[in-house]
Every structure is written in C-alpha cells, then in structure tokens.
Write a protein that binds this ligand. Structure first.
Ligand code: HEC
Ligand code: HEC
Ligand code: HEC
Ligand code: HEC
Ligand code: HEC
Length: 300
C-alpha cells in the first residue's frame, strides 16, 4: 500500500463497526517517523507547509533556496491578483497546469472522468510533474510569462527572479524523487521531514476517487447534501446557507456533483475548534477520526 489516501487505508479510518457497503478492511498502517513540523498550523495558511517560502521555520528555510524561488509571499505560489491562468477556472490561479492524463480507479459507474479543477489545482504540485515555484505572474511588475500557464519554463523562472534572502535558485524542484524528495524522504541522510506520502503521482488508482460524480444508480449509499452554492453542493453543518471551510462539499463544473480533493481538504487550513485554534490535521475540513469525514457522505 503506497499512500495515505490509499482507499484501503481510508477504509481503515472508518473503523470496523461502521463498515457496510465499503467492504475492504485492513489495519491502519504504522506511519513512518516524521520529525515534527516547525509550523504552528494555526491562524492562517502562512503557518502551514503550504507556505512555500518556508520562512516561519527560521534559518532552515534557506536550505530550500537552491531548488525553489522564494517569492516572499504566501499566496503567490497559488494565486495572483492579476493576469490569472486561463487554463484552470479557479480563483485567480497562478500555477502551471500541464496537460496530464491521470490513471483512475476502474469505474464502478458510468461517468467517471478525469479530475476536475478542484483536484487539478492540488495535483499541480502533488502529482510531482510541475515545480513548486512554477507560476505565471511573479510579484512586482514585468515578471510574467503567459506560456507558463501550460508548461514549465525554467529559463523564465531563473531569469526573472532574485531571492530577496540568500542564494538564488538554480533548479526548480517538483515534489518528486529527484526534486524535493531527494532530501525529504527516509534514507536521504538530510534529516528533512518525510514528504513521501505527499507525492501522489499521476496514477490515482490507489486513492479515493476524484472527478467521479455522485453515482445516480447508488444514491441511497450516500448522504444527500442539503444545500447548493456556486457550482457546488454541500453539507451545511451550521445551517447558515454558506459553504464554510469546515463543510464537506461536492464540486459541479456542469457534469454533475463530483468528489474532488477540495471536497475533503481545504488547502488554507481549517481550525479544529473555535477561530484561532489549531487546524484539523492534513488540511482536512472535518476530522477523519472515528469515520466522521467518511460518514459525512457515506451512509455507512
Ligand atoms: C538539500 C536538501 C533539501 C531539499 C532539496 C529540499 N529541502 Fe525542504 N528541508 C530540508 C531540511 C533539512 C529541512 C528541515 C529544516 C529545519 O527543520 O530547520 C527542510 C524543511 C522544509 C519544510 C518545513 C517542514 C516543516 O514542517 O517544518 C518545508 C515545507 C520544505 N522543506 C519544503 C521543501 C520543498 C517544497 C522542496 C522542493 C522544492 C524542498 N523542501 C527541498 C532540506 C531540503
Ligand atoms: C497551496 C496553494 C494555495 C495557497 C498557498 C493559497 N491558496 Fe487560496 N485557494 C487554493 C485553492 C486550490 C483554492 C480553490 C479551492 C476550492 O475550489 O474550493 C483556493 C481558493 C481561495 C479563495 C476562494 C474561496 C475559497 O476558499 O474557496 C480565496 C479567497 C483564497 N483562496 C485566498 C487565498 C489567500 C489570501 C492566500 C494567501 C494568504 C491563499 N489563498 C493561499 C489554493 C491556495
Ligand atoms: C504550490 C504547491 C502545492 C499546492 C498547489 C498544493 N500543495 Fe499540498 N503540499 C505542498 C507541499 C510542498 C507540502 C509538504 C509535503 C508534506 O507535508 O508531506 C504539502 C502538504 C500537503 C498535505 C500534508 C500536510 C501535513 O500537514 O502533513 C496535504 C494534506 C496537502 N498538501 C493537500 C493539498 C490539497 C488537497 C491541495 C489542493 C486543494 C494542495 N495540497 C495543493 C504543496 C502544494
Ligand atoms: C474522500 C476524502 C478525501 C479526498 C477526496 C482526498 N483526500 Fe487526501 N486525505 C484524506 C484523509 C482522510 C487523509 C489523512 C489520511 C491519514 O492521515 O492517514 C488524507 C491525506 C492526504 C495527504 C497527506 C499525506 C500525508 O500523510 O502526508 C495529502 C498530500 C493528500 N491527502 C492530498 C490529496 C489530494 C491531492 C487529493 C486529490 C487528488 C486528495 N487528497 C483527495 C481524505 C481525502
Ligand atoms: C465528499 C463526499 C465523500 C467523502 C467525504 C468520502 N467519500 Fe468515499 N466516495 C464518495 C463517492 C461519491 C464515491 C463514489 C465514486 C464512484 O463510485 O465513482 C465514493 C467512493 C468510495 C469508495 C469506493 C467504493 C465505492 O463505494 O464506490 C471507497 C472505498 C470510499 N469511498 C471510502 C471512503 C472513506 C474511507 C472515506 C473517509 C476517509 C470517504 N470515502 C469519504 C464520496 C465521499
């Protein structure tokens, strides 16, 4: 079993008592040792590993300088206020999106398709094919390359940016074995946190289905979402009519409501209690403990 999102591992999270329609049960795997994160995981995305400047960790952040541009801002690795990508219809999207065909689990129902936008956004880092710092529009004026929308141009990435702190990057590493994982994996000898499970790759057969619409023939197996919003339907826990970060949702790009990565995860972090509290681990919207996340959607 390769990864955290492995369907069998996810099933294990449900706990044996609640298994019905979802039948494969294996014990949860012991996680490899992972030196604690230096981020606090509270307050905002800047205090999480999704801050790709890494600055909150202190001096260690400079270890990353040779392999990624330090744009000095958190949001810019994903968003830009102007000149956003036309390749991915997401809020002010700034990242390179390669044309990639993903290998999906064998469809149980007709209509399974490629991942939708609320998954492609994540896969633009987590499939390991695009550099972490591969963006269209860098901070400051005149540092823009529209070709970056669909392909990674290392010459642009190196030429257009000077790191404000420390050395400039001469390589633009992806979350893959020769890139970030060359230090961030066991046995690298670098004592860097283990990121192996964050490399999802392009083969999604071992993961929870994404891009898959709610199967019309098996609707009874799923809890019916009680609200709809702008291109999504969601479970309105606090009945305020809005899709809040701690509410699980399905995205609908026109072909029906589908599970995507952002159905379960919010890449900005979601407080696990009152505002200001620590985030639910792994950027989840709802804790996976006791099957709470799974049972939001699955009847059992
Ligand atoms: C040359 C080895 C090396 C490479 C390559 C490398 N890192 Fe690191 N990274 C480290 C080390 C060592 C630490 C721990 C530093 C510390 O704790 O102060 C670290 C820490 C981090 C952290 C903080 C982890 C935490 O939770 O505290 C993040 C995030 C990170 N790296 C991301 C990346 C990304 C993204 C890449 C690829 C673009 C990358 N690193 C490439 C060595 C490396
Ligand atoms: C690691 C990537 C990443 C970073 C960093 C990031 N975002 Fe996002 N953001 C996303 C994705 C992906 C979406 C789309 C999520 C969806 O469709 O539900 C999004 C959506 C949004 C939205 C639309 C509302 C929502 O939550 O769906 C706002 C507003 C936003 N981001 C603001 C910010 C700001 C401000 C920052 C910096 C402080 C930031 N983001 C940093 C990935 C990121
Ligand atoms: C700009 C690149 C980038 C984008 C876009 C991105 N991530 Fe990440 N993500 C990272 C890096 C780098 C890490 C650190 C690796 C790790 O924690 O194992 C990470 C870590 C994570 C983690 C583990 C966090 C932890 O505390 O261990 C989760 C879960 C995650 N990302 C989910 C997502 C999802 C879901 C999306 C889309 C909504 C997304 N990411 C978009 C780069 C990205
Ligand atoms: C049905 C809900 C669900 C969907 C959909 C989902 N995930 Fe997750 N993901 C989880 C849960 C639950 C965990 C925590 C598993 C654990 O800790 O063992 C997780 C863990 C992760 C991790 C952290 C691995 C680690 O331990 O460091 C990453 C990265 C991640 N997911 C990215 C993604 C991406 C990218 C997608 C879309 C391709 C996605 N997830 C789709 C539920 C989901
Ligand atoms: C956002 C709603 C949602 C959440 C949350 C969710 N699932 Fe699913 N899950 C679905 C949908 C919809 C399908 C059907 C996709 C298909 O068959 O094409 C599915 C399919 C599956 C399958 C494949 C077998 C089947 O019934 O098609 C497994 C196994 C599974 N989910 C387990 C889990 C586990 C374990 C969790 C909790 C970590 C979880 N799911 C969380 C909506 C969800």
């Amino acid at each position: 079993m390769k990864r955290a999102r492995s369907v069998r591992r996810l099933v294990a999270l449900l706990g044996a008592a609640s298994i019905g329609a979802i039948s494969t049960i294996v014990p949860a795997q012991i996680r490899p040792a992972d030196p604690a994160s230096k981020f606090t995981y509270e307050g905002g995305v800047a205090n999480t590993r999704h801050n790709l400047t890494q600055r909150p960790i202190g001096g260690g952040a400079e270890l990353m300088n040779p392999v990624r541009n330090d744009y000095g801002e958190v949001c810019v690795y994903c968003h830009t206020p102007h000149q956003a990508s036309s390749a991915l219809p997401l809020p002010l999207w700034n990242r390179t999106t390669r044309a990639t065909t993903y290998t999906l689990p064998a469809a149980r129902d007709a209509g399974a398709s490629q991942p939708g936008t609320a998954s492609l956004a994540c896969l633009s880092c987590h499939d390991g094919t695009v550099a972490i710092d591969s963006i269209i529009n860098m901070p400051g004026s005149g540092r823009i390359d529209r070709a970056q929308e669909r392909g990674q141009n290392d010459a642009f990435l190196s030429r257009a940016w000077r790191n404000p702190v420390g050395a400039d990057a001469d390589a633009h590493a992806a979350l893959d074995r020769t890139g970030c994982l060359s230090c961030h994996s066991p046995g690298s000898g670098r004592n860097a946190q283990d990121f192996t499970r964050a490399l999802i790759g392009t083969d999604l057969r071992d993961d929870h289905p994404v891009g898959a619409p709610l199967p019309a023939s098996r609707l009874g197996e799923f809890v019916r979402p009680d609200r709809s919003g702008d291109r999504l339907v969601f479970y309105d826990r606090n009945a305020n009519g809005r899709p809040d970060p701690n509410e699980v949702r399905y995205y609908d790009a026109g072909a029906g409501a589908a599970v995507e990565c952002a159905s379960c995860h919010d890449p900005h972090g979601v407080p696990d209690g009152a505002r200001g509290s620590r985030f639910v681990p792994k950027f989840l919207r709802v804790t996976a403990n006791g099957g709470a996340l799974c049972l939001t959607c699955h009847v059992k």
